[in-house]
Design a protein around this ligand. Structure first.
Ligand SMILES: C[S@@+](CC[C@H](N)C(=O)[O-])C[C@H]1O[C@@H](n2cnc3c(N)ncnc32)[C@H](O)[C@@H]1O
Length: 286
């Protein structure tokens, strides 16, 4: 393979112009996530021990608004469930039926392995979330997602439609994710350094993973698959959900990270911009 150029490693892309284009980008992301999931495969034993000990990965921000709801949740569907640690945390939180959906073959194989070790009654679907099977329509008291999910969605309206069809009347969507403002700045810099991002119209593609996340565990850069991401302003996400008839119940912006973002930032600058947001939306009762 010829040497990689800077453009191969990172470039701005037009926003996807059609559902077909979004799906093609998702397929490339599937291949990339099969590589990136190696980091999770290496952590399977630790994940089993964590979950066997009855622990939960629920973030304190999520707990603040989900705790009153969880006792009523009989079925939770986790969109973009990765290797299932967060899905099975919901089971440890007392949700009797948990279902995970993810595009990555390796992640779903990992989730099945963890489930077998726990003898957990979890169900897993490997598919583009846009193709989540219709047999799950109306099944969810809770659709749970986030923590690195929205950036991979290349069809926001399609995503909002899937969320809505999966929910029971009265069911909730919980979304806790990276704040789009955090995209504006260079991830590796010591200060907030504007990274030439158009907040209102930004998609990109590239190779490689953040050093504090998957790093070089996805294999040599020149053999990696291309990842396609989009920046979705919170207003666009909320609007997509409102247009599907969901009712906004909670919206929060937080300085609290859920991963080691901006690892080199000067300590005095921490907490000055929102790193995450949280959202709870409800499908109206019939
Ligand atoms: C950052 S990870 C989520 C991390 C997760 N919160 C965890 O347990 O660590 C993003 C996940 O989205 C999945 N994904 C990306 N695009 C997808 C799509 N179109 N449909 C379903 N899953 C997708 C990836 O395979 C990956 O597992």
């Amino acid at each position: 393979m010829p040497d990689l150029t800077p453009d191969d490693i990172y470039r701005h892309e037009p926003m996807p112009q059609s559902q077909d284009e979004a799906r093609a980008r998702h397929e490339s992301n599937r291949a990339a996530w099969n590589e990136g999931a190696a980091m999770y495969t290496a952590g399977i034993d630790e994940a089993i021990a964590f979950l066997k000990a009855g622990q939960s990965n629920l973030h304190p921000v999520e707990r603040s608004y989900l705790a009153p709801l969880l006792p009523q949740v009989k079925t939770a569907i986790h969109l973009q469930c990765a290797s299932g640690r967060d899905t099975l945390s919901l089971w440890n939180e007392g949700v009797p039926r948990v279902i995970g959906v993810d595009i990555s073959d390796v992640h779903i194989a990992n989730a099945r392995q963890i489930t077998a070790a726990l003898n957990a009654p979890a169900e897993w679907y490997r598919c583009d979330l846009l193709d989540t099977p219709h047999e799950l329509d109306g099944a969810a008291d809770l659709v749970y997602t986030g923590r690195g999910a929205m950036c991979w969605i290349n069809d926001l309206d399609g995503w909002a439609g899937v969320v809505t069809r999966l929910l029971k009347p009265g069911g909730y969507l919980s979304l806790f994710d990276d704040h789009p403002a955090s995209w504006l700045f260079n991830l590796e810099a010591e200060t907030y350094q504007y990274d030439n991002i158009d907040f209102f119209n930004h998609a990109d593609s590239g190779l490689g993973w953040p050093s504090t996340y998957i790093g070089d565990q996805a294999g040599p850069l020149e053999q990696q698959s291309r990842k396609y991401e989009c920046l979705w302003p919170i207003a666009r996400i909320v609007q997509a959900l409102l247009e599907r008839g969901l009712v906004l119940r909670h919206l929060g912006e937080h300085p609290d990270p859920y991963w080691e973002v901006f690892p080199n930032l000067k300590p005095e600058l921490r907490g000055k911009i929102p790193l995450t947001f949280s959202l709870l939306a409800q499908k109206e009762r019939a």
